[in-house]
Write a protein that binds this ligand. Structure first.
Ligand SMILES: [Zn+2]
Length: 264
């Protein structure tokens, strides 16, 4: 029987993804070596993205046991191992694909408004605007050195994305923990130091200066007030502050004996 002369010439590689990169694979391919089929010219990036893994989440790839760049040509028969952001000392001898240090400022897609507020509450510089499209997010991230946080995996396939993370959870509090852990931000947190509305920094302001800017009850009840250098919003340690303190304590981010370092 003659073979079809127009049929593509299939090539195969075996792929093993580690840790959270498995989240992008079909269940049958997770935590195991699997075979991936492709045809034509291919690079490491095109093969791994063809398998579903966005380039922005890959931090190291071994081809036949040796580190390789994402534009490394793939001809078939190779054994690929892909790793997410590395923490393991055993892998320190390899140079990761993502430049260090990891970002501690971020830009968030339109789906992550509540996460943006929680990250700002934790003192992290977060750009969040509802009017940005994917191209503008990628551009601003590159220009300002921000990591991209997204619920849209598609954006992380773009080659221009240097640091990006697909937020797995749909629950904002879990998302906060996820991002802190993924980027190793535990020591960068400065609770209540930033405006949750506009991302501006908060400064103390004298009680006399806010008399006409806050409700009378709040003015009578509180001694310390804080103002945002961006939008002018005045904050004080009221019921919202107490409930957020409880939330941060419950999440293990703020110990019961540790008060916020600054801000309301
Ligand atoms: Zn503000």
């Amino acid at each position: 029987m003659d073979s079809d002369p127009h049929a593509p010439l299939w090539r195969h590689v075996t792929i093993r993804c580690y840790r959270e990169l498995n989240d992008f694979l079909p269940v049958a391919s997770r935590e195991r070596r699997f075979q991936f089929r492709f045809s034509g010219q291919a690079s490491l990036k095109s093969v791994l993205e063809g398998a579903g893994v966005p380039q922005a989440e890959i931090d190291l790839v071994l081809v036949g046991g040796h580190p390789a760049a994402l534009d490394h040509p793939i001809t078939g028969g190779e054994r690929l191992e892909a790793f997410p952001l590395l923490e393991s000392p055993a892998l320190d001898s390899f140079t990761p694909l993502r430049p260090r240090p990891l970002p501690d400022t971020f830009i968030l897609d339109v789906n992550l408004g509540r996460l943006a507020r929680l990250l700002r509450l934790s003192g992290l510089d977060c750009l969040y605007r509802r009017d940005l499209d994917d191209g503008e997010i990628v551009h601003l991230a590159g220009e300002q050195g921000r990591g991209i946080l997204t619920r849209d995996k598609g954006i992380l396939h773009r080659s221009a994305v240097i640091h990006g993370y697909w937020v797995r959870s749909t629950d904002p509090e879990r998302q906060l923990i996820e991002v802190i852990h993924h980027f190793g931000l535990e020591r960068r947190l400065r609770f209540f130091s930033r405006c949750i509305r506009c991302n501006g920094l908060l400064h103390t302001i004298s009680r006399d200066d806010v008399r006409d800017r806050v409700p009378t009850g709040a003015w009578r009840e509180h001694r310390h007030f804080f103002v945002c250098d961006g939008c002018g919003q005045v904050y004080w340690r009221g019921s919202h502050y107490r409930s957020m303190t409880q939330t941060l304590t419950r999440l293990g981010l703020l110990s019961k004996t540790q008060g916020p370092e600054s801000g309301p």
